[in-house]
Each structure stands twice: as C-alpha cells, then as structure tokens.
Design a protein around this ligand. Structure first.
Ligand SMILES: [Zn+2]
Length: 310
C-alpha cells in the first residue's frame, strides 16, 4: 500500500487523532532545586514556563527537587516559596517536594530491577577516573544491590527530539555517556529518575527550562521510554550570564532575588525574554499582561542571553 492510499483510507481516523492532540491540556511546571536561593536566571525560567502554559490555557505546577539532601542550602526552600508568593505566580496544584516521595522512586527502581534494566555498580570515583563514559565494568557482575550505586543499562540507539528553541537534537547514550547512575551509593536518588517519574505522575506535557539541562534530556527521554511514559514537549531557554560571561548559578554566587523589587525584576525578565513591553505595575497584573501578549517565537535563539537586564 502506498502512503497516499494509507492516508486516504485513514483520513477520518487521522483527523480525530490530530483533534485529540490539540485538545490535550497543556501542563507545565517549574521545578527548582533548593541548593541555593533563586536568582534572576530562575525567575526567567519561572516566567517563561508560567506564561507559556497560561497562554495556552494550560496548568502550571511547582515541584521542589530536593532529593540531593546533602546539597540543600539552608533557607532556600522557604526562599522559593516566598518568591512564588511575591511574584504572584499561581500554581494549579499543591507544591510537591521530592524528598517526601523517596519510597515511590525506590518502587520504580525495583520495577526496573525486576525487568533486568538496572544493575549494581561498585566502582569508586577513583576507579572511574576522568573518563566520562562509563565502560560498563559492573554490568554483568550480578552484584548485590545493597549499598551500591545503581546504574541503568543504556542501549545503542540515537535519541532524537525537536526542541522548540534549540532545534533538532540527537544523542546516543552508549557513545556519549554509557550506563548512568539512578541511585548513588550513599542512597541518594538521582535527579534524572525523580524528574522522569514526577513529570509522568503530575501529567506534565511541556517542559520549559534552562539550556543547561539540554544535555540531560536524552537520558530523561530514554528513561521515560523504558518506563512506558509518553514523550514530552521541550523548550530549553537561553541562560542569563553575569558580567564575567558566566551563567548565573548558585556556584557563581548569583544574587538571590530581592523580593522587595518584584515588579522591577519581572519587567527585566520579560525584557530578557524579548517580550513586548509590560505597561502594568503590580506583579499579578504584569504577569497577566505577559500571558496575554506571550510570544515564545520572540525568545532569543541560542543558549545564552547577553546584556544586562537589571
Ligand atoms: Zn561499576
């Protein structure tokens, strides 16, 4: 059968599928890690994910990614919550904390273990050396899972995805990374696993986040695929840089968002995202205007944002 014949025969069915897709409710999220207070780069992500979801009549959820307990910075969790409040973001569901869901991730790990998709790895940091691609040393050793790192077996396949801003991306996990860790030897659940499980359970359809996470996406798509979860839609935003040309981050001691300056900071975030000027004043009204005139195609192309917006 030719493609033309197939399309002709299935036209009403295909039309229905297209309608179903367009009816699928957009659910986005903002998922900060409390490893330091939120900074201007975090605000750009929050604003973009919020406006993109709301402009498409979608939902917007907040999730605190705090599985890496030793790296939690004192007070940053409450700073995140105060920011959500001060900037007048309105999450559509109760905020979830990943550290309350560790049993859930353990259950998913057990499921992967039963399917023989993961294995225990006893390699120390020293043994791994500077090689970034794991050679699969422990893959066939059948080690006991207790007190070892747990790695997922990756397959030699190209993972493609179309990023709404960064264009087509392709990665082969075998060649680029090797089997990667889902649970560390110290018992900490890896970010990659928690993200994939929660995006699925929260019904997330669209991920809008910083381009520093672009490299993680193939791993997350692969894990989602293993677990039978639907594919998400991705948009990775260019990163705000400081005067020294480094990305704003907790490591570079980026300034914490000053909640007494919420309106000015919001204005600066919309400017950084190249959106039309905001003329209203309070954070709630500014966000509403930002949603009404939201145009994702105006966001600067590339992975970094240059210039001072503050
Ligand atoms: Zn190993």
């Amino acid at each position: 059968m030719t493609v033309e014949n197939y399309l002709a025969e299935h036209s009403s069915e295909l039309e229905q599928q297209r309608n179903d897709v367009s009816l699928t409710r957009y659910t986005g999220r903002f998922a900060p890690s409390p490893t330091g207070p939120l900074h201007f780069g975090s605000l750009i992500t929050a604003v973009a994910s919020y406006c993109d979801a709301k402009a498409q009549h979608g939902k917007w959820l907040v999730r605190i990614e705090d599985t890496d307990i030793p790296r939690i910075y004192p007070g940053s969790e409450s700073h995140i919550l105060r920011c959500i409040d001060a900037f007048q973001f309105k999450p559509d569901a109760e905020i979830i904390f990943q550290k309350d869901r560790l049993e859930l991730y353990e259950a998913i790990l057990q499921q992967l273990q039963q399917q023989d998709l993961v294995y225990a790895c006893q390699c120390t940091r020293k043994m791994l050396g500077s090689n970034h691609i794991y050679a699969g040393t422990c893959r066939n050793l059948g080690l006991d899972f207790a007190e070892q790192a747990i790695r997922v077996k990756v397959s030699d396949q190209d993972i493609y995805f179309q990023d709404r801003l960064q264009g087509q991306q392709c990665s082969n996990l075998t060649q680029d990374l090797g089997d990667f860790v889902l649970k560390r030897r110290d018992g900490i659940i890896n970010y990659q696993l928690a993200v994939v499980v929660d995006d699925y359970l929260q019904g997330i359809t669209h991920v809008v986040r910083g381009a520093d996470l672009l490299d993680n996406t193939a791993r997350q798509i692969y894990l989602g695929q293993l677990l039978g979860y639907p594919r998400l839609n991705y948009m990775h935003l260019p990163l705000a840089m400081n005067a020294q040309g480094q990305k704003l981050s907790k490591q570079n001691l980026a300034q914490a968002l000053d909640l007494t300056q919420a309106s000015q900071l919001l204005q600066a975030a919309f400017t950084a995202l190249n959106q039309p000027p905001i003329t209203l004043d309070t954070p709630a009204r500014m966000l509403l205007q930002g949603i009404q005139q939201w145009d994702a195609s105006r966001i600067p192309v590339g992975t970094t944002l240059h210039g001072c917006y503050l």
